[in-house]
Design a protein around this ligand. Structure first.
Ligand code: B12
Length: 223
């Protein structure tokens, strides 16, 4: 099992989607994220372990290499595609653990930001914990968040930002939502976001991972 986790992490790191994929050349004819995820699940691995012990580790390695200019956008996109190939299997498993819908979560990546892997993970986990999720995608403007929040009274709005530049939009969107209706609860997250930043911009919840937002929502909707 450990060997499979390590192979899966390599597939994410090097962007190997499936066996048929020609990229990367050094992994030609080897199983990709698609096959290895399936093998792990067939062998009894939990969806959470596949995520934490394989996929996230691979993506962290890509992140470090990207920062150090050792890989560039096209390679990172291949990693994101490999991640998506694995997610196809994980999504229904995360969804299964939920019961009837406890409340609504509206999520999107803020205007100017196209990163969606973390947002998609948060969506999946929240959905899997029994909530209805409305995913607005990436590059979402304040007006869209506000319109959809108005259409779904009581829903919690989640804003994802991965760039220090788009954290400014996260702040502007949070403030626009609060100015429109102070009762709409806003949760923020994304790699550069901190609790301190969240407090400063007036968000109601910050979490570094999907579990934190699930716990926050469980608290809000239990009341
Ligand atoms: C994959 C990736 C890309 C892919 C995105 C593909 C996709 N479909 O998402 C591509 C290649 C397109 C890309 C492009 C760019 N990227 Co980029 N990218 C990354 C990378 C390597 C990984 C991000 C990721 O998916 N992480 C894995 C997920 C699971 O983690 P996560 O997003 O943080 O989400 C978790 C938590 O933060 C939290 N969370 C996330 N959202 C939310 C929301 C809520 C409400 C809550 C509660 C929690 C929560 O839960 C998630 C699960 O645990 C990071 C490096 C890094 N380590 O973060 C750089 C990184 C974010 N990118 C960076 C940059 C600079 C760019 C570009 C500007 C590069 C360029 N020159 O074009 C462009 C920007 C494009 C744009 N306008 O958005 C920088 C940002 C630097 C900065 N400080 O601003 C980083 C940090 C890399 C680096 N070190 O230089 N990128």
């Amino acid at each position: 099992m450990e060997e499979l986790y390590s192979k899966l992490s390599d597939c994410i790191e090097f962007g190997k989607i499936n066996k048929a994929a020609p990229f990367p050349p050094q992994m030609k004819d080897q199983d990709g994220a698609d096959e290895i995820t399936k093998q792990l699940l067939d062998a009894g691995a939990s969806a959470d372990d596949v995520l934490q012990k394989g996929l996230i580790i691979g993506m962290e390695k890509v992140g470090v290499k990207f920062r150090n200019n050792e890989v560039f956008v096209p390679q990172v996109l291949m990693s994101a595609k490999a991640m998506d190939a694995a997610m196809v299997y994980l999504k229904p498993l995360f969804a299964e653990s939920g019961g009837s819908q406890k409340g609504t979560f509206i999520i999107g990546t803020v205007e100017g930001d196209l990163h969606d892997i973390g947002k998609n993970l948060v969506s999946m986990m929240v959905e899997g914990n029994g909530y209805k999720v409305i995913d607005l995608g990436t590059d979402v403007k304040a007006e869209t968040f506000i319109k959809v929040a108005d259409e779904n009274p009581g829903a919690i709005v989640g804003l994802s930002a991965l760039l220090t530049t788009t954290m400014g939009n996260q702040e502007a969107i949070t403030k626009a939502i609060k100015a429109h209706n102070t009762n709409i609860k806003v949760a923020v997250g994304g790699a550069p976001v901190t609790q301190d930043f969240s407090d400063r911009i007036g968000a109601d919840c910050y979490s570094a991972d999907p579990q934190g937002i699930v716990e926050y929502m469980n608290g809000v909707f239990a009341k």
